[in-house]
Design a protein around this ligand. Structure first.
Ligand code: FRU
Length: 541
């Protein structure tokens, strides 16, 4: 295998072996966080999909339980695909998931399962009632693209439940979120017009939930509606493999959702501008927050996955809430991850001159958490933004990567770097002057093109714009580094980028951390703290 076993992540969620993909039915029940996920019990490639199940007290230490849902009835005998949980008013959790009911063609129906024993806080056994499947594709729906039911929400006025199912219409052109309604969670009827649709191709794993309109960092139960909320609709775009969302208004009477920004669907805000897909949120009543789970696939070769025996991790769960501007979400790693912080090093008031880099020494950084605040001395030298690239962060970063000297930036971190710096993954900012705009444009990138000497790796640069006011020169960055993953949060969680990298030298104690400045303006590190991260209980792995 070209991938060193030491590159297995330490504190990111994973099973001991085999393939994993989407997060399913995350929920809090009787003091335990439950997490289910798409899992292949037979190998490190996608297939034979069942729902694996783990539980945790803190979303960080995980214990693996028995498989929760596996093919066992006619309507799921060829696969138990993604789905969600809903907590009924009497506290009973229900899971709805997509079943594949015939071989070879992926004909998709929706099934339901209940816990056998509600007094078991671990919810070890799930029962599929005889009336499954409960939703089948009818009325012109594309039966092979009809999946991933959301958590249901209930309107108090009419007492009916609603949920969404992802699909596609117009011959593959339009992504669609169909609404189904039910009084009893058993008989479901489709609302003729979808909640929303856009010219994007298939929508997998829709997610739909309320957020506090005023930007308070507090989560809302999925059924909450009214004047104090806005709604978020997220879809996973099969064609592009990114999770896009819009912020908008849910009209309960018309059963329609309208993004606030008329061009919202085209503008395409993403949870994460890197490797992060098929995500799903849930409301955590214990800490009154909404938590986002997302899957990060490998970016080595399938042959390397088979050789190493594992593929896929989950990103660190993130708290999500609305930015006070109302225009986008903010995301931050759940506070519990900080319990893993061990030995630390702090650097203060350190000026990094143009072309300079500074190593952060005194601790192991292959598995680390780094928080840094930067202050740029002057924005006067910001490079002009090429109008042809102004709308495309990813292409801009591809053209102006970490090694391309700029005006203000690139500055940031080199993580998982080797002593000679032959290997390094750059996480950085770059500031541009845009014609006709008074605010400087801030780009955030992860550039893994030098992350490994190994050939045959997929090493795309990832980038997003950061909608922040940098006029005072200040911007912050946090990176969760974990052997083969770097998960970064720019400007307090405005822009997030997860990247998978597979160093050949920067492994274990050989991984180093640097701050670099490849621009023409001085950059001050007002404060940087790096912590070594401990390994939690991880499903016995
Ligand atoms: C998304 C997805 C879902 C499907 C599941 C199958 O990654 O394709 O649409 O339910 O994975 O594993």
């Amino acid at each position: 295998s070209i991938v060193d076993p030491e590159l297995r992540t330490g504190y990111h969620f994973h099973p001991p072996k085999n393939w994993i993909n989407d997060p399913n039915a995350p929920m809090y029940y009787k003091g335990w966080y439950h997490f289910f996920y798409q899992y292949n019990p037979k190998g490190a490639v996608w297939g034979n999909i069942v729902w694996a199940h783990s539980v945790s007290r803190d979303l960080i230490n995980w214990v693996a339980l028995e498989t929760a849902i596996e093919p066992s009835i006619p309507s799921d005998q060829y696969g138990c695909w993604s789905g969600s949980a809903t907590i009924l008013p009497d506290g009973t959790p229900v899971i709805m998931y997509t079943g594949i009911d015939r071989p070879n063609i992926n004909y998709q129906v929706q099934n339901i399962a209940y816990p056998r024993n509600k007094s078991d806080p671990l919810l070890r056994e799930w029962v599929k009632p005889a009336h499954n499947p409960i939703i089948v594709p009818e009325g012109g729906i594309n039966a092979t693209q009809f999946r991933d039911p959301t958590t249901a929400w209930r309107d108090d006025d009419d007492g009916r439940w609603r949920l969404l199912i992802g699909s596609v219409a117009a011959g593959g052109a339009r992504g669609v979120a169909y609404v189904y309604r039910s009084r009893d969670f058993r008989r479901w009827a489709r609302v003729r017009r979808p909640l929303h649709s856009a010219a994007t191709g298939m929508w997998e794993c829709p997610d739909f939930y309320p957020v506090e309109r005023d930007g308070r960092r507090v989560g809302l139960e999925t059924s909450v509606s009214g004047r104090r909320v806005k709604h978020v609709l997220k879809n996973s775009l099969d064609l592009r493999r990114y999770d896009y969302y819009t912020v908008g208004a849910y009209d309960r009477r018309a059963e329609r959702y309208v993004p606030d920004d008329p061009a919202g669907d085209e503008r395409r805000l993403r949870y994460d501008y890197g490797n992060f897909y098929a995500s799903k949120t849930f409301y955590d009543p214990a800490k009154r927050r909404r938590i986002l789970w997302g899957w990060a696939n490998e970016s080595d070769t399938a042959a390397a996955d088979v050789a190493k025996g594992w593929a896929g991790i989950q990103a660190i769960p993130r708290t999500v809430w609305l930015d006070p501007s109302g225009k986008q979400l903010l995301q931050w790693p759940i506070e519990e991850v900080e319990a893993l912080r061990g030995k630390s090093v702090t650097v203060k008031h350190r000026v990094i001159k143009p072309g300079q880099h500074v190593e952060v020494i005194g601790l192991q950084t292959a598995q680390a958490d780094v928080e840094v605040s930067f202050e740029v001395s002057s924005l006067a030298g910001a490079e002009p933004l090429d109008p042809a690239l102004a709308g495309d962060a990813q292409r801009l970063c591809g053209a102006r990567g970490a090694a391309v000297e700029g005006g203000v930036g690139p500055f940031g971190l080199w993580v998982l770097a080797s002593a000679d710096m032959q290997e390094r993954t750059a996480v950085f900012f770059r500031v541009f002057k845009a014609a006709g705009k008074d605010k400087p444009v801030v780009l955030m990138c992860t550039d893994p093109t030098k992350s490994s000497l190994n050939p045959n790796l997929y090493k795309p640069t990832f980038a997003g714009f950061v909608d922040t006011d940098i006029s005072n020169g200040k911007i912050s960055l946090r990176s969760l580094i974990d052997r083969s993953v770097v998960e970064s949060f720019g400007a307090g969680g405005k822009t997030c980028i997860l990247s998978r990298v597979y160093p050949s030298l920067s492994i274990g104690n050989n991984a180093r951390l640097y701050v670099f400045n490849n621009g023409k303006a001085d950059v001050r590190v007002s404060r940087l703290t790096a912590w070594q991260m401990k390994k939690p209980l991880m499903n016995g792995a």
